[in-house]
Design a binder for this molecule. Structure first.
Ligand code: UDP
Length: 358
């Protein structure tokens, strides 16, 4: 299959601004390449694919980023800046995809979805968020009536945000296991990983660390400086240890030393890459039973699930985290979320999309 991928219109690949989509795209490219498919990627200038993905051709587009939908009002209209990166990527993608079998869009935005109705080329959409915009959800609903296979989701709970999709296609996510080294020590610090932005609920993890009289190691791109400094000021100095945004290789080395990862989503998390990355290193995860994490974590086996926003229960689970066997965490990833498993699901999905156009 010849597949053209469109990256996120928020940040270049490797910047961390694009969140989980950056890693998902890389995992997908390596999975598809290893299955023998041909892959081209349209991405913002300065983007880098992982070294193992050098066989995929990368096309650069320059332009202005979109504004992330989760930081706008649910009913905001679509806004497209002058010299739009999204429009530029779509234009290039449509052109290159003339010689391909399918265009796979990984941006959560209106324009590529609208284009589905107006292009002869099949455009498939991997939806990376829950419903964060009425205008996008309404458009998905409209396109879905004509092209019922063109949308796939990471988790069932994410897809529930789009109730008009009767039989959602769920493809999970994939991780290159060789990139994550299993570490067996149960003595390490508390960890938290993610974009530092309100929907990620960092404050609840800091609460837990502070109550335990420990510090919290925080890795990730600080998207909202005000939010970060407000949390920092609400707790004793040094409670948060800001570790910065690291490459996957550096991140997994540090993350693997943690005795637990706290995951505190305040939104319907579509999947939660960082959970699986922690599990791949053998690190159990305690998360809220909200969004993707509740489908990934096996309560009592690979971590614990607390009721949404119940940080006191989260704290009590930290105290019994040694009951979780770290090997079980790694095993779950091997059985459920390798790049091979993921790429196979994507290929099956794309075959259905392509068949609609024949
Ligand atoms: N991440 C990273 N380096 C860091 C911290 C985070 O590469 O120091 C990546 C991580 O690998 C994950 C992404 O940031 O792929 C966060 O994705 P997730 O699905 O957890 O949340 P999103 O940002 O998409 O809401």
């Amino acid at each position: 299959m010849r597949i053209v991928l469109i990256s996120t219109p928020i940040g270049f690949l490797g910047s961390g601004k694009g969140g989980g989509v950056e890693l998902t795209l890389n995992s997908l490219v390596s999975g598809l390449l290893s299955l023998g498919h041909s892959v081209e990627v349209i991405a913002p200038k300065n983007s880098k694919l992982y070294g193992i993905n050098e066989k995929a051709k990368l096309h650069f587009v320059e332009g202005e980023d979109q504004v992330s939908w989760q930081h706008q009002n649910y009913n905001s209209p679509v806004s497209i800046p002058d010299n739009s990166l999204l429009a530029g990527m779509l234009e290039k993608g449509l052109d290159i995809a003339k010689k391909a079998d399918v265009l796979l869009n990984m941006s959560y935005d209106w324009l590529p979805i609208w284009m589905t109705l107006n292009a002869d080329i099949p455009i498939a959409h991997l939806i990376s968020m829950g419903s964060e915009s009425s205008v996008i959800s309404n458009l998905i609903s409209k396109v879905y009536t004509k092209y019922p296979y063109n949308f796939a989701f990471h988790s069932k709970i994410q897809a529930n945000d789009y109730p008009f999709i009767k039989k959602p296609i769920i493809i999970g996510n994939g991780f290159k296991l060789a990139n994550y080294i299993f570490q067996d020590s149960m003595e390490g610090p508390l960890g938290w990983v993610g974009r530092v932005a309100p929907e990620k609920g960092l404050e609840d993890a800091v609460y837990v660390a502070n109550k335990l009289g420990e510090k919290l190691n925080v890795w990730g791109f600080i998207e909202d400086e005000n939010y970060a400094s407000k949390i920092e000021q609400s707790y004793p100095r040094g409670t948060i240890d800001w570790m910065g945004f690291l490459s996957t290789d550096e991140l997994q080395k540090e993350l693997g030393k943690c005795r637990v990862l706290l995951n505190t989503p305040k939104w319907n998390e579509a999947y939660g890459n960082v959970i699986v990355e922690a599990l791949a290193c053998g690190v159990p995860v305690i998360a809220y039973r909200r969004g993707g994490p509740s489908e990934i974590i096996q309560h009592g086996k690979t971590g614990y699930l607390a009721d949404p926003d119940d940080k006191k229960t989260m704290l009590s689970y930290v105290e019994i985290i040694e009951n979780i066997k770290r090997k079980k965490c790694r095993e779950w990833v091997e059985k459920n979320a390798s790049t091979e498993i993921f790429a196979n699901k994507v290929v099956n999905w794309l075959n259905k999309v392509i068949s609609e156009y024949k």
